[in-house]
Design a protein around this ligand. Structure first.
Ligand code: NAP
Ligand code: MG
Length: 403
């Protein structure tokens, strides 16, 4: 059978450890036999990042801007221990942070659902996608401990030197604490556009919530910016697509999410997203089943697995021991990118292939063939644990049947 041809290359960002091992296996077994794969390859493995003084990460982000779609393998974010392990020149920054800063994007995380791996919340039968605003608030704060008898004020000095002051609190009878937060309207607007674009893209409703009744300036600004951008740029497109933008208070949102069936995007302020994404991910099961996509406000996409490089499995692999590492999220990063490329370049057979690969992957698990992380969770009666490579071979058997 003739291989599927591509037009524009995908930006391919290779990575580290066990996910790097899986990366090559996925390409060799599930992609290269079927697609005349065109990629522009960037090795974001820590060795290469160190060699290039991290320039390779910047180059890969710029290539993503140029071509529009990237697929990324998990990468090590160096810490003190990695400095010695890899003999690093510097403690290089998180590649994801660097890429996100260049693309000004928002990360959307969604679980892949399969029969037999049930959500801890039984009503959640469809995925809940979380979008977290990745700028400001408590993550870029300024805070102090304050002595009894002190007066704390907010002071803003404008560009002409005029001061505006507002009392925070007069500490009488006890020491205390204060905190200064900020955000930027442009960043909130980018976040809103990324969210609305992704909702249109995936044909899902989008929910957004803040505490605007209590925070009448700060949180209310988030609400207003979302409302204005929706009214002026997206209302018509949403009506056409048959989807909704729904705004409510954060506590009401939490209550509604728990009662819901899923199937929507939940946009969260930075802190809410940090907390809620861990809650949602845990309820849906394994990290190996969580996908992630970075969407820029201009409509550039970078797909990846939400998990890291699975270091513990990699050390076993290096010792020649058998591993059973879940490759599903990494496979779905590839299929997400291929589908998007197919859609943008008008190659329906590329998108159709990606859909089949996703179906073959889900079918493998639903047939009872799975990696160890899922084996302990699955409620199927006839289930079998396979190793990293066998799992991909089993997917390939089913993929061949579908093609
Ligand atoms: P991790 O790689 O996600 O792994 C944590 C644990 O979760 C694993 O030890 C494993 O548990 C389980 N797990 C995660 N993914 C799995 C999969 N696909 N299949 C089976 N089990 C899976 O997180 P980490 O250990 O905190 O971080 C390791 C490295 O990854 C670090 O250097 C970190 O900087 C990097 N990281 C990168 C990204 C990214 O590039 N997006 C994200 C997070 C972390 P068991 O060991 O119990 O089997
Ligand atoms: Mg968190």
């Amino acid at each position: 059978m003739a291989k599927i041809q591509m037009k524009t290359p995908l930006v391919e960002m290779d990575g580290d450890e066990m996910t790097r091992v899986i990366w090559k296996m996925i390409k060799d077994k599930l992609l290269l036999p079927y697609i005349d794969l065109r990629t522009e390859y960037y090795d974001l493995g820590l060795v290469k990042r160190n060699e290039t003084n991290d320039q390779i990460t910047i180059d890969s982000a710029n290539a993503t801007k140029k071509y529009g779609v990237a697929v990324k393998c998990a990468t090590i974010t160096p810490n003190a221990q990695r400095m010695t392990e890899y003999n690093l020149k510097e403690m290089w920054k998180s590649p994801n942070g660097t890429i996100r800063a260049i693309l000004d994007g928002t990360v959307f995380r969604a679980p892949i659902l399969v029969k037999g791996i049930n959500s801890l919340i039984p009503t959640w039968t469809k995925p809940i996608t979380i979008a977290r605003h990745a700028y400001g608030d408590v993550y870029k704060n300024s805070e102090m401990k304050v002595k009894d008898g002190s007066k704390a004020e907010l002071i803003v000095t404008d560009k002409d030197g005029n001061e505006t002051r507002q009392l925070i609190h007069e500490f009488k009878g006890s020491d205390g604490i204060i905190q200064g937060l900020h955000n930027i309207n442009n960043s909130i607007a980018s976040f809103a556009r990324s969210c609305f674009n992704f909702a249109l893209d995936t044909k899902q409703d989008i929910w957004f919530a803040t505490k605007d009744t209590i925070s009448k300036q700060y949180d209310h600004t988030f609400k207003d910016i979302f409302a204005e951008i929706f009214e002026t740029e997206y209302k018509g497109k949403f009506a056409e697509a048959g989807i909704e933008y729904f705004y409510t208070l954060i506590d009401d949102a939490v209550a509604r999410v728990v009662r819901s069936n899923g199937g929507y995007i939940w946009a969260c302020k930075n802190y809410d997203g940090d907390v809620m994404s861990d809650m949602v991910a845990t309820a849906f099961g394994s990290l190996g089943m969580m996908t992630s996509v970075l969407v820029s406000p201009s409509g550039v996409y970078e797909y990846e697995a939400a998990h890291g490089t699975v270091t513990r499995h990699y050390y076993k692999h290096l010792k020649g021991e058998e591993t059973s590492t879940n490759s599903v999220a990494t496979i779905f990063a590839w299929t997400g990118a291929l589908k998007k490329r197919g859609e943008l370049d008008g190659i329906p057979e590329l998108s159709a292939f990606a859909e089949k690969l996703e179906k073959a992957t889900v079918k493998t698990i639903e047939d009872g063939v799975m990696t160890g992380d899922l084996y302990v969770l699955s409620t199927l009666e006839n289930k079998k644990k396979v190793n990293t490579e066998q799992f991909l071979d089993e997917i390939n058997i089913r993929l061949k049947e579908m093609i």
